[in-house]
Design a protein around this ligand. Structure first.
Ligand code: EPU
Length: 308
């Protein structure tokens, strides 16, 4: 979708918003899949309510793009514009064992920054790509920890009130790869309470997680991490693997031969290829195990019900 209305275009600079026309989301997602739209880069969080009011007032549909690492986007001209929060400089400020983090900051950078200053707890998240905001929305986790456990306070643009609110961690439900945030809520800044421990000790934990991840996940290929959630008590990767589906493909979308819950874009996979591969794998797991797999990846596809 293109922003053609001059009233919108002329109001953007005073809100510190940059308009990037015709951006291919394939260049901004880890799957390297996704069509084209206008991207609005928001440099100052405080203008977000005003920007959203402006877009809504002119009937321009919009979605918030985070780090693009857990996202499958439809192809072609997209029917909404994307908002993205500009990456901050350092993005982290420390006070004792509290870290104040800009949600557009890179998650890995944040974990390392805190570790070097003797603040740990989030070692498991070291190899998880994406922004802090994306990790909060999904309650990203790995190796026995989840980011939600460290949240003390969060500034969020709330869809319901159309304003920026500060919530206490306890007011938010952080569940397995799911939170109580509304789809239109936008994470802006978070205060994390971390664990004081020496860098050397944290580094040891980071190295162990990195090693585990390297040995079991296809890190240098185009994926969105795990494509399905693990059903309670079960491992999706093990079930798909057990059905002999590693290397199974639809077009250029393929079940990784390293970890069967990672689906790879081996070249020019389309969103339709990836969705067809997901549907086929889901069907086979249902037939063999009687289990309905739930997506872990966020799908932006208007042709399908149940999208976010
Ligand atoms: N397994 C197989 N074949 C495979 C993949 C896995 O047999 O192809 C087996 C493994 O040998 C192991 C079990 O399945 O016995 C579980 O595998 P793994 O330890 O790799 O963990 P996972 O349950 O597949 C989860 C998260 C990952 C996270 C890791 C490490 C989900 C859906 N996945 O994977 O998160 O990195 O644990 O904690 O919760 C993500 O969120 O995108 C993600 C990749």
């Amino acid at each position: 979708m293109r922003i053609e209305n001059p009233q919108i275009a002329s109001a953007l600079p005073e809100m510190g918003v940059e308009l990037h026309s015709g951006v291919a989301l394939a260049t901004l997602t880890s799957l390297r899949i996704g069509g084209t739209t206008d991207l609005l880069l928001v440099r100052d969080h405080k203008h977000l309510p005003q920007l959203i009011r402006l877009l809504d007032g002119h009937g321009v549909p919009h979605r918030l793009l985070g780090g693009g690492s857990n996202l499958l986007v439809q192809d072609g001209e997209l029917p909404w514009v994307c908002l993205q929060l500009a990456a901050p400089g350092e993005g982290v400020r420390l006070e004792g064992n509290k870290a104040y983090v800009d949600c557009a900051a890179d998650l890995g950078h944040t974990v390392t920054f805190c570790a070097k200053r003797d603040l740990g707890g989030m070692e498991g998240l070291i190899g998880v790509p994406g922004t802090v905001g994306g990790a909060l929305r999904m309650n990203a986790g790995a190796y026995g920890m989840q980011i939600g456990a460290y949240v003390r306070e969060i500034d969020v643009y709330r869809e319901a009130t159309r304003s920026i609110e500060t919530l206490r961690g306890a007011e938010i439900r952080f569940e397995y790869r799911h939170t109580s945030f509304a789809p239109g809520d936008i994470m802006l800044a978070v205060r994390l309470e971390l664990i004081s421990k020496p860098y050397a000790e944290i580094l040891q934990g980071i190295r162990i997680c990195n090693e585990k991840r390297r040995s079991s996940q296809p890190l240098n290929q185009r994926s969105a991490g795990c494509i399905f959630k693990n059903p309670p008590g079960l491992s999706t990767g093990r079930m798909i693997d057990g059905l002999g589906l590693k290397g199974f493909r639809v077009g250029d979308a393929m079940v990784s031969d390293r970890h069967a819950n990672f689906f790879i874009n081996t070249g020019r996979a389309t969103c339709a290829d990836m969705l067809a591969l997901m549907a086929e794998v889901r069907e086979r797991v249902r037939a063999a195990h009687g289990v309905e797999l739930e997506e872990e990846v966020i799908v932006w596809n208007d042709e399908r019900k149940g999208h976010m």
